[in-house]
Design a protein around this ligand. Structure first.
Ligand SMILES: Cc1ncc(COP(=O)(O)O)c(C=O)c1O
Length: 469
């Protein structure tokens, strides 16, 4: 956000505009997009930028002040308030400052295991191989690296051949290059209406429209997808469905086989391309077969190593329907990064081959399961959706909470969670919920402390943040 003028990402369509802007400020403060001390734009500039009148912005800022989100300094402007200082706040703060439950990262033990493995692997790579790895390589990756990718993807229960694989710098890059290669003017992306923000971000950058499709605890709802595909439109059509059937981010849902079969059938009926982001898939020991094995002729499948093995590897394997499709992906890779970092692709291939990747994955699953067990026990009185091997859980809030309010109150107690509002796509109304990421706190006591704060806040009700001890 540095130096960039803050503007709301999206505004609720119903109700007064000034309240919609105040809500957007609240959401961005809660999610950290607007950090403590950040300056809001001068009222007139924001009014011009949004095409609204000055009074609307002025009322929005007054409302944000009334909610305790911002403070105004005459002659200097309006600034985001720092979290409240109090005894209870100090209690919730971990050694590194706040306790962050907003990041879907593996536990520190996994990253340490990966770092240690790297220190052992690098000296084993012969000099002539290193010389090759430090030159330019092929855009989709070398044959041996793609063969390792095929091996890895086969473990996800998807038959794969190296010619159908392109290597990208992580799953997010994979998603971006697939959409760059596939999207044509007027194409609409269908995706669950609560979704990973990286999908929204890349669709926005590419100027593509996402249509939010309702989901439930089993993922995207087939009838809702069918109805969206059949809806008459002035221009464009739904062409691509992006989904994460095994541990959806943020709701944690896992799509059962019958629903996967239905989604594959709808894709055939409406000639859709499926983009299956299986970033979390290998964390789950017994996941149903991916969509890519049910409809291989129309599926792009992303198997990333970031969540299961190490985010810093920045390696993901993308399986395309045919080798011709890989050529299109290779163009998008060339235009974005030329090629995934060859040294990292080499390390990933060695780790897949020598069992290191499996060993780290096991450490990861075990640590993640411990955290899920703790969280389920501590939040058992509340409605949560999660999976024992997921990094996050979805906490549905009782009335009158909203996700943004809980995120704000928790932040004042030194705990960060992500409100549902941050995941709503295509103008969807966010339910009262937050995503709680369990693996980012440094240790179990820090997680326990943070979950304790959330539980106590829920007991006390909204707006009680400062008073809570
Ligand atoms: C659903 C989903 N896809 C992709 C990514 C990004 O993965 P990578 O780090 O491999 O780019 C994330 C990270 O949070 C994610 O949740």
């Amino acid at each position: 956000m540095a130096n960039a003028m803050w503007v709301p990402r999206s505004l609720k369509r119903d109700g007064p505009r000034y309240l919609a802007i105040a809500d957007a400020i609240q959401q961005d403060v809660a999610s950290g997009r607007l950090g403590a001390g950040a300056q809001l734009p001068p009222q007139r500039e924001l009014a011009d930028r949004l095409g609204l009148d000055f009074t609307t912005i002025s009322r929005a800022y007054s409302e944000a002040r009334r909610r305790g989100l911002v403070v105004g300094h005459v002659g200097r402007g309006t600034f985001v308030r720092p979290p409240a200082e109090s005894h209870a706040h100090a209690e919730a703060i971990g050694p590194g400052g706040v306790i962050d439950l907003t990041a879907n990262v593996p536990v520190q033990r996994v990253v340490v295991a990966a770092g240690d493995a790297m220190a052992r692997t690098l000296p084993k790579i012969p000099a002539d191989a290193l010389h090759r790895l430090f030159g330019y390589g092929r855009n989709a990756g070398s044959d041996s690296h793609r063969a390792a990718g095929a091996d890895w993807i086969a473990r996800h229960d998807v038959p794969a051949t190296p010619e159908r694989i392109a290597i990208t710098n992580g799953a997010q890059h994979g998603l971006a290059v697939i959409l760059m290669a596939l999207l044509r003017p007027g194409d609409i992306i269908a995706a669950e209406s609560l979704n990973y923000s990286g999908l929204k971000g890349v669709a926005d950058l590419l100027g593509a429209r996402i249509e939010g499709i309702a989901g439930d605890e089993q993922g995207i709802i087939p009838d809702a997808l069918r109805a969206a595909c059949a809806r008459p439109r002035d221009g464009g059509r739904i062409k691509i469905v992006v989904c994460a059937p095994t541990i959806h981010n943020p709701t944690g849902s896992v799509m059962p086989t019958s629903r996967r079969q239905e989604i594959a059938a709808i894709a055939r009926e409406h000639d859709l391309t499926l983009v299956e982001d299986d970033t979390y898939g290998l964390l789950v020991r017994s996941a149903p077969r991916p969509l890519a094995s049910l409809a291989p002729e129309r599926s792009y499948y992303i198997a990333g190593l970031s969540k299961g093995v190490a985010p810093g590897l920045r390696i993901a394997y993308v399986l395309a329907p045919t080798s011709t499709d890989v050529a299109r992906l290779a163009d998008a890779i060339r235009l974005t990064t030329w090629m995934a970092v060859p040294l990292m692709a080499e390390v990933a291939a060695r780790w897949i081959g020598d069992g290191t990747a499996d060993r780290i994955l096991d450490i990861n699953r075990q640590a993640t399961a411990e955290r899920q067990t703790l969280a389920r026990a501590m939040l058992s009185r509340w409605r949560i959706r999660s999976h024992p091997e997921a990094f996050h859980l979805w906490l549905e809030l009782p009335a009158p909470w909203t996700g943004a309010q809980l995120a704000l109150d928790a932040r004042q107690r030194g705990v960060l969670v992500t409100p549902a509002e941050a995941f709503a796509v295509g103008g969807a109304t966010a339910p009262a919920a937050v995503r709680v990421s369990l693996c980012s706190p440094a240790d179990m006591p820090a997680l326990e402390q943070a979950l304790g704060v959330i539980g106590r806040l829920l007991d006390l009700g909204p707006g009680t943040g400062i008073a809570m001890l």
